[in-house]
Write a protein that binds this ligand. Structure first.
Ligand code: C2E
Ligand code: MG
Ligand code: MG
Ligand code: MG
Length: 274
């Protein structure tokens, strides 16, 4: 009986694993098909000058509209793509799309593209970026790459060398999600960053958490003293925008200014504004 019970338990456990693994398998299969069929999309969210409200940049954000599940968030499918070895082709697609799209905007408006740590490891990031620029004709100064600390924790000199090369071309380098990782000050001193993006978790609870306000003030001060642009993401309320503006934060991004929208909507808005 004991043996039977154990087998039963074991079978139940395996069945549970199977369900989760099957689910993941299906999502992977669908993601592979989406990449092959070109059904991933890039949307663009405005980043504004906090003093004037003028749009200075758009962040390119991947969107996957699954035929049955609807929108699958990038926080779900980007890690999956990394695991499946699909992040290089996806990264090339985002860079190519973003540079081409920015060519339709006024020349003072930049485009920001997120780059995965894995693109520093196995991909040929530098040539991918140069290729996207030369194919589109976009000036390097109009492109910003957003990286997280995970990139800097990669072993060896490769990330550092690639970042310096990219910067030497005139491409902007932003430290994304600042405040959530180790936020090591040595990173800020040892890499040629042009921008710090304060993670949205600090902005979303700015009014409840005095500690968030302290972090925000410190990061703005740090950024200013290093001559960097400081961007706050996740601004949803006017009161938060006003606070950040008074504290001297350079740029803002968030639903208050606009959601990520498809390329046509952005081009049309820029056309009207011009
Ligand atoms: P991220 O780079 O930090 O992008 C900002 C995220 O904050 C976006 O989420 C954006 O929609 C969201 N956001 C902006 N304003 C607000 C706001 O006011 N309130 C709230 N609650 N959220 C706001 P999204 O689009 O879901 O992307 C999540 C993450 O997925 C990104 O975080 C980035 O790490 C990753 N990701 C997106 N697109 C790409 C891509 O093309 N390549 C790579 N490697 N990663 C990407
Ligand atoms: Mg980003
Ligand atoms: Mg971020
Ligand atoms: Mg992020």
């Amino acid at each position: 009986a004991a043996k039977g019970e154990r087998r039963g338990t074991c079978r139940g456990f395996e069945a549970g694993m199977d369900a989760a693994a099957q689910e993941k398998n299906r999502l992977e299969k669908d993601l592979r098909a989406a990449v092959r069929q070109g059904s991933l999309e890039v949307h663009y969210q405005p980043i504004v000058d906090l003093q004037t409200g003028a749009v200075e940049c758009y962040e390119a954000l991947l969107r996957w509209n699954h035929p049955e599940r609807g929108a699958v968030p990038p926080d779900v499918f980007v890690p999956l793509a990394e695991e499946m070895g699909l992040i290089d082709p996806i990264g090339r697609f985002v860079l190519g799309s973003a540079c081409a799209e920015a060519m339709r905007w006024p020349a003072h408006v930049r485009v920001a593209v997120n780059v995965s740590p894995l693109q520093f490891r196995n991909g040929n990031l530098l040539s991918t970026v140069i290729n996207a620029l030369s194919t589109s004709g976009l000036a390097a100064e109009r492109l910003e790459l957003e990286i997280t600390e995970a990139v800097l924790m990669e072993k060896g000199p490769r990330p550092a060398a690639i970042i310096r090369n990219l910067r030497a071309f005139g491409i902007g380098i932003s430290l994304d999600d600042f405040g959530t990782g180790y936020s090591s000050l040595s990173y800020l001193l040892n890499y040629p960053f042009t921008k710090i993006k304060i993670d949205k978790s600090f902005i979303l609870n700015l009014h409840q958490e005095a500690s968030s306000r302290a972090v925000i003030r410190a990061v703005i001060g740090l950024g200013r003293s290093l001559g960097l642009t400081v961007t706050a993401e996740g601004i949803e309320h006017e009161i938060d925008r006003d606070y950040l503006r008074e504290e001297g934060c350079t740029q803002g991004q968030g639903y208050l200014f606009g959601h990520a929208e498809p390329p046509l909507a952005i081009a049309a808005a820029q056309c009207r504004a011009a």
